[in-house]
Design a protein. Structure first.
Length: 389
């Protein structure tokens, strides 16, 4: 009996030893996987709790801007795409202001995470509208039909259609009021499932944004609250039919693959809207801390022409301090817009475009500002800008 007990104890001890070895191996393997996969970002969940929590964590108090900003007014958006491709910019974390023009850059850079930062809370609400539409639409034509309140075509093969064919369908198809009202009701329910707290007033704002697209169709334009409409502002039709400097149409509506990449990111909660002032005390710094936790870098930061306003209001130095908090490398780019009615036309201005799209290494901008070279807005947007041609 004693020998049997001893053998039993040895077997149990060996079993425990084996168990601990297995556990140790599992811990080591898990640790290795975490280290190797530290850049893998997972936010998706049935209740979107992580998505909403991240938006809240990175946001700060909003502010005012005198435009509805429903669409961009930058006809030059695609002009930087050739150089971005040439520089092999990809992955990382994308940051950007504004509504859907950021989707253009996201679809080409293919980041692991996109953070849509804007001083206007309305912009966050508009992105919830886009998220609802992306998750509902199976392809580009369905998305456009949902956005503009048009019946979805019953014929197959729309995944292979060109952007011009999609535009022609939207232009030539009568709006469907019942379809629009049904979609509006579904959007209202859907955005409340994303976890971000929305009030009744917020839901009304989303409804007004959706109504604007429905009523204006592809003729919708950028507009300002206290200035008359400008004929130089492009329609949405003109924006999506624009071309890059090589004459190629590169809008995400032109490529089913680009659209599906965006759709997947939306479904995985990897396009996160938040409220933040680029020169504010919290949001950009919070983004920097979070991206550092992910062991990632900012690949691109699209600021449109926000720098113009920061210089004018005397807060550009605070923006630069915020930039310093972002994890970057030599390839990290700032993408900006310059409007040629501010001052003399930009040296890289293209004919027939009142906006000029520019890129600069964030590292170069920080070095320039460190030596006192950022006191003048024109210097900021010209010195060290990477030639696009």
């Amino acid at each position: 009996m004693e020998e049997e007990s001893l053998n039993t104890m040895k077997e149990q001890s060996g079993s425990k030893s084996l168990t601990w070895k297995r556990m140790l191996i599992a811990i080591i393997m898990t640790s290795a996987l975490i280290t190797a996969g530290a850049t893998r970002i997972e936010l998706a969940g049935k209740d979107h709790k992580s998505f909403a929590a991240l938006s809240a964590r990175l946001s700060e108090s909003g502010g005012y801007f005198d435009s509805d900003n429903l669409i961009s007014n930058e006809t030059s958006l695609q002009h930087v795409l050739g150089k971005i491709k040439e520089m092999n910019l990809s992955g990382g974390v994308y940051m950007g202001v504004g509504p859907d023009q950021g989707f253009l850059y996201i679809s080409k850079i293919r980041p692991k995470l996109a953070l849509m930062i804007d001083i206007r809370r309305d912009n966050l609400l508009q992105h919830l509208l886009y998220k609802a539409l992306f998750e509902r639409a199976r392809n580009r034509v369905e998305y456009m039909c949902l956005l503009f309140g048009k019946p979805v075509p019953k014929t197959a093969g729309w995944e292979q259609k060109t952007i011009k064919e999609l535009v022609d369908y939207i232009d030539n198809t009568p709006s469907d009021a019942k379809f629009y009202e049904k979609t509006a009701a579904e959007i209202r329910r859907e955005v409340q499932k994303f976890g971000i707290s929305v009030s009744g007033s917020d839901l009304d704002t989303i409804a007004k944004v959706y109504q604007a697209f429905y009523e204006a169709g592809l003729d919708i334009r950028y507009s300002s609250h206290h200035r008359p409409p400008r004929s130089i502002y492009p329609t949405y039709r003109e924006l999506i039919l624009e071309r890059d400097l090589a004459g190629r149409q590169q809008h995400y509506f032109n490529s089913e693959d680009d659209f599906q990449f965006l759709k997947k990111m939306q479904e995985q909660d990897l396009i996160v809207p938040l409220v933040g002032d680029l020169s504010g005390p919290q949001a950009v710094k919070a983004i920097g801390k979070y991206v550092a936790e992910l062991k990632e870098k900012i690949s691109a930061f699209y600021v449109s022409n926000v720098e113009f306003y920061l210089v004018r209001q005397g807060t550009y130095d605070k923006f630069i301090e915020n930039l310093k908090s972002l994890p970057i490398d030599r390839n990290s780019l700032i993408i900006r817009s310059y409007f040629n009615y501010y001052a003399p036309p930009h040296p890289q201005a293209e004919g027939n475009h009142f906006s000029t799209q520019l890129i600069q290494r964030i590292e170069d901008l920080l070095k320039m500002c460190q030596t006192g070279g950022c006191d003048n807005y024109m210097d900021i947007v010209t010195k060290n800008s990477i030639p696009l041609r």
